[in-house]
Design a binder for this molecule. Structure first.
Ligand SMILES: Cc1ncc(COP(=O)(O)O)c(C=O)c1O
Length: 391
């Protein structure tokens, strides 16, 4: 066994794919620290700064004093608190669905839905660039998984037309986490209606970010259907922790009886639920913050393209995830190191997280960044004049 490990480590090292933990502090802030050095952080999912919002922190502190740390048990035992019930109702209202279920992590949301609703004899249609949590959720169900090319709705329709047996479910990220482009949700919704399928959309990177009130893709595209099941992490736009599934009363009631990642995990603690409710109240009225974030994203994306670097086209350029495609693992690591030497903390993403030859620096911007900070990063990229391949 030891030899297997050392061979793998050597192989990953040689391919520049070895992953190691990086110890940092303030990973959710515009300024991150490592070994007492400060860096400008352009890699965090704290898109709207809610993870450090004083009002949210006050709520959590107060609730911690009142309720303590852990929830005490799984939701069907003794962990489902009043704060969780309030938070779930508020999430459903915010997302415009009948009901919602709070899970202990965003990773567990897809895992709650897919194996509960889909089983042997059913077919899941899954976008090829879906997040790992959705891929794992599909694997856990015993349904047949038909992977369609990223965003290729025509080929998806063709498959839906051909397959007629069992239940069907289309599974997609709303915003793709490594590419920052968006799923054509209105069209997918239409297909779900027409071909009698569920549509599960993971909107982790749009919740709080898109829509006038921050309702995410659902608000942005104005989607309403009893076939739509919405899943999201709560640790990004909301700045809390945990995950949510929002759907019809019937679906949520069914999940409460069948969703193993909800039934068999300790419930999200009351203090975090209380903080989540406060975060939603603030987010709903954070129009100026959202505008600031959208401005940053539009400007950053445009400038990167103007410099001749390769990004990924998106129909919603307000999305704060901006990949700069470089290609090889080694080149990408070199660019990340170059930026780090200029006090910029950016993330080199390599296979297997992304396809081979598409290693990238994945920028994630925040409304907390100032114009000057965004300018500094662009300036440092521009000055270096990397010979990265363009389209
Ligand atoms: C699209 C998507 N879904 C789910 C998750 C998992 O969420 P969490 O970190 O809350 O477990 C992530 C996290 O990065 C994500 O990007």
């Amino acid at each position: 066994m030891g030899r297997k490990f050392s061979e793998k480590f050597a192989q990953w090292e040689q391919e520049a794919r070895l992953r190691e933990t990086v110890v940092v502090d303030h990973g959710n802030a515009p300024i991150i620290e490592q070994n007492q050095r400060q860096y400008l952080n352009v890699s965090s999912g704290n898109y709207l700064g809610m993870a450090r919002h004083s009002q949210v922190i006050d709520t959590v502190q107060k609730a911690l004093r009142q309720y303590g740390l852990s929830s005490g048990g799984s939701p069907l035992v003794c962990g489902y608190s009043t704060e969780q019930e309030i938070f779930a109702r508020r999430l459903a209202e915010f997302l415009g669905t009948e009901s919602a279920l709070v899970v202990a992590a965003g990773y567990l949301a897809g895992l709650a839905v897919v194996p509960a609703l889909m089983s042997e004899g059913d077919t899941i249609y899954s976008d090829s660039l879906n997040h790992a949590s959705l891929i794992d959720a599909c694997r856990l169900s015993k349904a047949h998984v038909a992977i369609y090319s990223h965003g290729d709705v025509d080929s998806l329709e063709e498959s839906l037309r051909r397959d007629t047996s069992g239940h069907r479910m289309i599974v997609t990220d709303g915003v793709f986490s490594m590419d920052g482009d968006v799923a054509l949700l209105p069209r997918l919704m239409q297909l779900a209606e027409e071909y009698d399928a569920w549509l599960l959309a993971d909107d982790s990177h749009a919740l709080g970010v898109l829509g006038e009130k921050g309702g995410g893709s659902v608000e942005h595209f104005d989607l309403h259907s009893s076939r739509l099941i919405f899943a999201s992490s709560l640790s990004k736009g909301l700045g809390i922790h945990g995950g949510v599934i929002a759907a019809s009363n019937e679906v949520i009631q069914y999940l409460k009886n069948t969703a193993r990642s909800w039934i068999f995990a300790s419930a999200l603690p009351a203090a975090w639920c209380a903080g989540g409710t406060t975060s939603l109240d603030i987010l709903e009225n954070s129009w100026a913050k959202r505008q600031q974030l959208w401005r940053h994203s539009l400007r950053f994306r445009t400038r990167l393209q103007q410099m001749g670097y390769r990004t990924i086209p998106t129909t919603v350029p307000e999305i704060p995830i901006i990949p700069w495609i470089i290609g090889s693992e080694n080149d990408t690591l070199r660019v990340a190191e170059h930026l780090k030497q200029r006090s910029i903390w950016s993330l080199a993403i390599r296979p297997p997280t992304v396809p081979i030859n598409s290693s990238r620096i994945r920028f994630a911007l925040s409304a907390e960044h100032s114009d000057q900070q965004i300018d500094y990063v662009l300036d440092m990229i521009g000055r270096a004049n990397f010979s990265a391949p363009t389209d």
